[in-house]
Design a protein around this ligand. Structure first.
Ligand SMILES: [Zn+2]
Length: 391
């Protein structure tokens, strides 16, 4: 962009909006201090952002001990920044998001076949358009998928567990709104990067997405690693049993996700006719953790291989990317809380020396599948900031 007064104004407008998204509530004085822009520039831009309905003025807040008061500024909730479809193999969740990064879940439906799915999406978009504050130009539609996605084209290249290939969402969705899509693990690391201090401070961070399959999202020098054909960090399809005849949905044999997804321990427990409580795989896995914690020996046995192979997956992540932080999430948000000690011991025994020094492991800060929903909304907000036009 050529720098003239008009483009400078645009850059400043984007900077202010970005700072407000980052911090939430701010006063004009705080904005000036954080952005380095003069109070008069801040005043002019905030006037415009209020006029076009992005920013609202709130209460007077105390800004100094001497008693000066200033008006707080916050991002409007009068329109949604996004409608997010968080697509799982079993279920799809529908949520809305706002510019302040908050999200709200609205509905769930069975994902089903591709044609059923598209039909549901179009129906829900129509319904949400009537019931929620949707702005056709400002509300993006975002999809989170388990699989390889071209985010620029909103195209599913390949989702192995759904067996969907070359799906051009923009051709199938009846909406004038901007449409985006990304891999669920990439959106999860994006969400953690936007809200978690430890990830913001880590140049390299990994999100291990454990659900029906296994996905990975990694930031290298704060940028999501996409790979040449968008399959960057697909650790679920790294081979952990080279001579195995266990076939994966991707066509290969012995992939990590055939041994360490949530499906395996649940299936192993239920193999002998016992049933775990819960409808979905996530609910059943959480039941398995619960009874394991009560000392159930069969639960312990069912989890044994899962934990072994999960540790192998983590060893491969450490030795490949050596991230500062490894976050585990997806359909469970308590794997590290429950099994972290055991996993860490196994990983420590087998990674290259010194590679674990200072490395943080934890569960995601988001409950359930929320990380990819929040990430989808962040993707929409980033688009809003990048395409902001005030005048
Ligand atoms: Zn595979």
């Amino acid at each position: 962009m050529k720098i003239n007064s008009q483009s400078m104004k645009l850059l400043n407008e984007r900077l202010i909006l970005k700072t407000l998204v980052e911090k939430g509530f701010l006063t004009r004085i705080e904005l000036s201090r954080m952005t380095g822009l003069t109070p008069s520039t801040i005043g002019r831009i905030i006037y415009d952002l209020v006029r076009i309905g992005f920013v609202e003025e709130g209460d007077q807040v105390q800004t100094s001990p001497l008693g000066r008061k200033a008006t707080s500024l916050f991002l409007t909730k009068k329109f949604c920044s996004s409608i997010v479809f968080n697509v799982g193999v079993e279920q799809t969740e529908v949520a809305i998001g706002y510019l302040d990064k908050s999200t709200k879940k609205l509905y769930k439906f069975s994902t089903g076949t591709l044609s059923n799915f598209i039909e549901h999406v179009n129906d829900f978009l129509e319904l949400i358009g009537k019931e929620q504050p949707i702005d056709p130009k400002r509300t993006s539609v975002v999809f989170a998928f388990p699989g390889i996605v071209d985010p620029q084209k909103a195209e599913i290249i390949y989702a192995p567990n759904l067996n969907w290939k070359n799906v051009k969402l923009r051709d199938l969705i009846h909406s004038q709104q901007p449409i985006f899509a990304d891999n669920e693990a990439n959106l999860s690391i994006l969400a953690e990067s936007a809200v978690s201090k430890d990830v913001k401070e880590s140049e390299n961070a990994f999100f291990l997405y454990v659900s029906q399959g296994i996905g990975g999202g990694v930031t290298i020098n704060h940028q999501i690693l996409r790979g040449e054909r968008f399959a960057g960090a697909e650790v679920g399809h790294t081979v952990v049993e080279a001579r195995s005849d266990v076939r994966c949905h991707c066509g290969n044999y012995g992939c990590l996700e055939r041994f360490a997804s949530l499906f395996l321990p649940v299936a192993e427990y239920e193999m002998n006719g016992k049933k775990l409580s819960g409808e979905t795989l996530a609910e059943k896995f959480n039941s398995l953790i619960r009874i394991n914690n009560l000392g159930d020996q069969m639960a312990r046995k069912a989890l044994k291989n899962f934990l072994y192979y999960l540790s192998i997956g983590i060893i491969n992540i450490v030795n490949t990317f050596n991230p500062k932080i490894i976050i585990i999430g997806g359909d469970s948000d308590s794997i590290w809380k429950n099994f972290g000690k055991e996993l860490h011991e196994r990983v420590s025994e087998r990674v290259m020396p010194k590679t674990l020094d200072g490395v943080i492991f934890r569960d995601t800060v988001f409950s359930g599948r929320n990380a990819s929903v929040v990430g989808g909304n962040i993707m929409a907000i980033e688009h809003t900031i990048e395409t902001l036009k005030v005048s």
